[in-house]
Ligand binder design. Structure first.
Ligand SMILES: Cc1cc2nc3c(=O)[nH]c(=O)nc-3n(C[C@H](O)[C@H](O)[C@H](O)COP(=O)(O)O)c2cc1C
Length: 324
């Protein structure tokens, strides 16, 4: 399937694996890219330029296909060395960067000068337009359904994607709630040039996370996510668990007076324990409503091939029949 996104990134299929903290390591990025999609290493999980350089090199050992690096700008306790990370990305010969969080104006000129394509992930039409205005090549439009940070507007993709299509001139992919061929074909019908998946890619053979995480996603239904940190305007969609219940109780009790320190125990530094050690109740971790559509743990190759084959069937058979 050829779209503006496959052409722009030099990939076979219009499927991107979004950056994911403590999930987006070289193993997953390479597996997605080898299967014809665009795999993405999560820059901040590596933390330092030296470690990121090593991860980029490891990914290059595992694939000769294009892959990207995610740079997330979110409120954090210690400010990462963004200039150093950008330098490493450029020196590592990475061809695509996925930015997220606040707008990437500061790093954009350096990336563009190096010939790197930048896809900015954001959760509203106005932020998408801003990304276009400052010179991003594409946008990943992340609907309210998404795992991670859906922003504060709460607009689901059935509205957000056609709104983006009406306003944007640069290509965009649909992100949030995407799991299968139906997602891809629907996203394309709504104006997207492909799709970005997070949660679905965690439940794959190659995702280098504890088996407990994969099984938790397969076991979860679409009813099992919760929104946390809304009073701090740093809303995150996470899988419900004991820590999330504790966190929500604190939010209810403290109301608008809540501070980050009050919920530190449930959110700060919990990812390694969850993703690496499989301690599923220790803290809040991002997960999309799309968990309700995830029922197996295939290889990335199986997943992407299945999506592309079934997408062709939907377009050539089901939709053609309806159109006749
Ligand atoms: C466990 C997890 C960690 C994530 N970490 C990041 C991150 O560090 N940076 C980022 O830009 N997005 C992050 N995301 C968001 C994904 O890249 C993607 O936009 C989102 O998962 C799409 O929604 P979906 O889960 O419904 O597919 C994360 C998502 C998950 C599930």
């Amino acid at each position: 399937m050829k779209t503006k996104i496959t052409e722009m990134f030099g990939i076979e299929h219009p499927i991107i694996q979004g950056g994911m903290h403590y999930v987006g390591f070289a193993e997953l990025a390479a597996a997605v890219s080898n299967a014809g999609g665009l795999g993405i290493i999560t820059g901040l999980t590596q933390g330092t330029p030296e470690k990121l350089a090593n991860e980029i090199a490891r990914c290059k050992d595992m694939t000769d296909k294009p892959f990207g690096v995610n740079l997330t700008f979110l409120p954090s306790l210690a400010q990462p060395d963004y200039p150093g990370l950008v330098k490493t990305i450029i020196e590592g010969g990475v061809k695509v960067v996925e930015t997220a969080g606040r707008n990437p104006a500061e790093v954009l000129p350096h990336l563009k000068d190096a010939g790197i394509k930048v896809i900015h992930k954001c959760t509203s039409v106005r932020h998408s337009l801003k990304a276009q205005q400052i010179g991003c090549d594409a946008v990943s439009v992340d609907g309210f359904e998404c795992g991670g940070h859906p922003g504060e507007d709460d607009i689901p993709n059935f509205i957000l994607l056609p709104r983006a299509a009406d306003e944007l001139e640069i290509p965009f992919v649909a992100s949030g709630g995407m799991a299968d061929a139906r997602s891809l074909v629907a996203a394309m019908a709504l104006g997207a040039e492909g799709m970005n998946m997070g949660t679905r890619f965690i439940a794959t053979q190659e995702a280098p996370v504890h088996e407990n995480v994969k099984h938790a996603i397969v076991a979860a239904s679409e009813l099992d996510t919760r929104l946390v940190m809304r009073p701090l305007r740093n809303t995150e969609r996470v899988l419900n668990n004991d820590a999330v219940q504790r966190l929500l109780e604190k939010e209810a009790a403290l109301g608008k007076d809540i501070q980050f320190d009050d919920i530190k125990e449930e959110v700060a530094g919990v990812y390694p324990k969850i993703m690496m050690e499989g301690d599923m109740e220790i803290g809040a971790w991002s997960c999309g409503m799309v968990a309700g559509l995830v029922n197996d743990i295939p290889t990335c190759q199986e997943l992407i091939s299945r999506i592309m084959t079934e997408a062709e069937d939907i377009i050539r058979q089901r939709l053609a029949r309806v159109g006749a």
